[in-house]
Each structure stands twice: as C-alpha cells, then as structure tokens.
Design a protein around this ligand. Structure first.
Ligand code: CAA
Length: 380
C-alpha cells in the first residue's frame, strides 16, 4: 500500500481544510447551540462538487476515489462533526448504493439530482425494533400493478427532515428472512411519505435526525434498487462503505480535539508553568498521537481497499471500531486537559466529546463491529 497521497487527494485535503477553517469553524458552536442544519455550507459543498463527489463524472459527480471522500469527511469533522455526518450520509449511504446497484436510468435521474440538482440524500434501514438486528424490520412493500405500496416507519434517519431522496429497505416477502428484503429509491415528494419525530440528541446537533413514516406510500416499480430480495445484501455492502466514512469522521473529531488541547496546554499556566510542561500532559498527547496515527492508517487502508474492489468488510469494521473508540477516549481526555474550562461551552471540546459518542453507535455499534470482525477472522 502506498501511503503517499496523490496530487488529487492532496488538493482535496487542502480545499477541505480551507473550507473548514473559513466556513465551518466560525459557525460550529452556534450550529450546535441552536441545533441548526448548516444549509448554506451544504449548498456550498454542492457548489464545490463535494456533495456527491464519489459519483462518476458522467452522472454529474467528480468521480473522486474513496480515500478522497474519507479525507473530505475527516477535514470537516475536525471542526464540525455534524457537517461531516451530513456529507458522509449523502455520499456513502445514498449515492453509494445507487452507484453500485442502480440501473442506468436510476443513475441518470437520481445521481444527477444528488449532485447537480443539490438534492440531499439519506438511508433508511433502522426501525424501532430493528437496530443492530437489521434483518428484523417490519416495514413492508407490496407490489400492486406498476408500483409498490410501502407501509411502516424508520427511525434515527440522518438527514431525515432535509433529504429529498432516500434509499429505503422494506420486506417484499416476509417468509424469506434476509432474502425477503428489498431496497427502494424513495423521494420525499411521493404520496404517503411523511416525516415524523425530529430527534433531540446528545450531540451532532447540526445533523438533522428524524423518523420517516410510510403510509400507503406509492413508489414506482422502476424505483426498486437492485433485484427483489437483494435489499439486505445492498444494506450490508452500503454499511461496509459507510463505516469508512464514520471512521473518517471519528478520526477528524479526534484530531480536532487534540489540536484544541495542545493549543490550550501551551498557554494555560498552573503552578508557574504551562501545563504542557508537565510530563503527565505530555504523555497524554503522546498517547493521543499514537491512537490518531493508527486510526488514520486503518481508515485510509479501508478506503483504498474499497477503491481496489473486492470485499473490504473486515477493513471497514476494523477502522470504524478503532477510530470511534479512539475518538471517544481522546475527546474525553481533551476535556480533562481543559479542566473546568473543558466542561463549559466556551471551549469546543465538550461538543467534540458529545459528538464523538455517536461514532461508537451508528452504522453499527462497537459491539456489532466486533461481531463482524470476529466473524470474518474466525468464520461462522
Ligand atoms: N457484504 C455482503 N453481504 C453480506 C454482508 C456484507 N458486509 N454481511 C452480511 N451479508 C450477507 C451474508 O453473506 C448473508 O447472505 P447469504 O444468506 O446469501 O449467505 C446475509 O447477508 C445474511 O448475513 P448474516 O446471517 O450474517 O446476517 P445477520 O442477520 O446475522 O446480521 C449483522 C449480521 C452484521 C449483525 C448485521 O445485521 C448488521 O450489520 N447489523 C448492524 C446494522 C447497522 O449497522 N445499522 C446501522 C443503521 S444505518 C445508520 O446508522 C445510519 C444513520 O442514518 C443513522
């Protein structure tokens, strides 16, 4: 594996660094405080070609590779994990499965909407009684003539109340278990689609999370994504890719928290010297550095493995597990370095700690990553 970034990847890094410093950092605290969807920045990310960057150029995207996409999420998440999350969901969880499984007509219509059309995408798998056990969903889709009729509800849907295009999973044949699940492309304008509860969360306040409800929702037959019964496989393959995005988000949060802590420790004086002069603080930073380097290598390795083709399930789960747990530890220590200040909203590390927590939960909890990792190394 070549650890040097290509010229294109370096350019993405620089562009996203500048965008984050100039546009994201100045509003990150307010976005969190007011739980506001950062609409203007998302529009700018569409203008820059970042929303939908992995979409092939023939369908309106930038044709970027998976490492570039991870770098974009990482850079945004250094200052605002919510913005990183909106991008990760749009690219990995909505554009991703359409790129991989869409018909030429679906790609032409929906990928163009999700790039040039500035329409935001989402992914609807989780249900009230089907979280980690994703196959146990009860949302149903019944074929009636030239359309499917969807009934049921989905919860915790990222981009839920702002998205226009959803990749939705529903049972088309309950008797077939995972092979009875199908995937659909659903527009928020379809009859019978509605948005339910908006979630109030511990962190990621700028990322719009909501319940989605289907009440005799009419979905044209041509919006079936992949063949009937292939939905569970599509969901799992999509999550393999999505988990690299969450690893990148966790990595960015950890990097942001470490940078804040170093700046603070160099200027905060106690007992007559900056706290960075105490070995206790120095060792903390050494440990943070090691964890961040390891998280970055695992995340980039998984991204490269995805672009190379073939199965990358193990790489993605490994990166997501390590990076998310590293982010939680590092942000918690970052608050500790800041002492009482770290517990206030005058410093960003308390927000980073709250934001880091979700990376251990969504797109498969740490426990599920351990199930996936052990299953892959031991066999079933
Ligand atoms: N790639 C391709 N196929 C896969 C796969 C993968 N990564 N993982 C499983 N499959 C296939 C299996 O090969 C199997 O196919 P066959 O029957 O043809 O052999 C089929 O899927 C069923 O596999 P399992 O028996 O392993 O399935 P399971 O029911 O035991 O579940 C699981 C496995 C790993 C626990 C899975 O349910 C899982 O990942 N759960 C976590 C769900 C999750 O991550 N949810 C996140 C929701 S989305 C979100 O958070 C985003 C948001 O917007 C907030």
């Amino acid at each position: 594996m070549d650890f040097h970034l290509t010229r294109e990847q370096e350019l993405v890094r620089q562009m996203m660094h500048d965008f984050t410093e100039n546009e994201v950092k100045p509003i990150a605290a307010e976005t969190d405080k007011t739980s506001t969807y950062p609409r203007e920045n998302i529009e700018k990310l569409f203008d820059l070609g970042v929303m939908g960057m992995i979409v092939p150029e023939e369908f309106g995207g930038a044709g970027a590779d998976d490492l570039s996409s991870a770098i974009a999420i990482e850079e945004l998440s250094k200052q605002c994990a919510s913005t990183g999350d909106i991008l990760a969901t749009h690219n990995g969880l909505c554009c991703g499965p359409i790129i991989a499984n869409g018909t030429p007509a679906q790609k032409e219509k929906y990928l163009r909407m999700l790039t040039e059309g500035h329409k935001v995408g989402a992914f609807a798998l989780t249900e009230p009684d089907a979280g980690s056990d994703a196959a146990k969903g009860t949302c149903v889709a019944e074929l009636q003539g030239d359309h499917y009729v969807l009934n049921g509800s989905k919860i915790f849907i990222t981009n839920g109340y702002v998205a226009d295009v959803f990749v939705v999973f529903a049972m088309t044949d309950k008797s077939k278990g995972t092979k009875g699940i199908s995937a659909f492309i659903v527009e928020s304008s379809f009859p019978g689609f509605s948005v339910g509860k908006h979630e109030e969360k511990l962190g990621l306040h700028g990322s719009p999370t909501a319940e989605i409800v289907f009440t005799d929702c009419i979905v044209p037959k041509e919006n079936l994504l992949g063949a009937e019964g292939k939905g569970f496989k599509i969901a799992m393959q999509t999550l393999d890719g999505g988990r690299i995005g969450i690893a990148a988000q966790a990595l960015g949060i950890a990097e942001g928290a470490m940078e804040e802590s170093i700046n603070f420790a160099k200027t905060r004086e106690q007992f007559g010297r900056p706290i960075a002069k105490f070995q206790n603080t120095q060792f903390l930073f050494a440990d943070m550095h090691v964890a961040i380097e390891a998280a970055r290598l695992l995340t980039y390795k998984a991204a490269v493995a995805k672009s190379e083709g073939g199965r990358f399930t193990l790489d993605a789960a490994t990166a997501k597990l390590f990076a998310s747990e590293a982010a939680m530890k590092i942000t918690t220590k970052a608050v500790q370095v800041h002492g009482g200040y770290g517990y206030t909203k005058d410093y960003p590390v308390e927000r980073m700690m709250r934001d880091a927590k979700i990376t251990e939960i969504y797109e498969g909890t740490s426990e599920i990553q351990r199930v996936v990792i052990s299953g892959n190394i031991l066999g079933k």
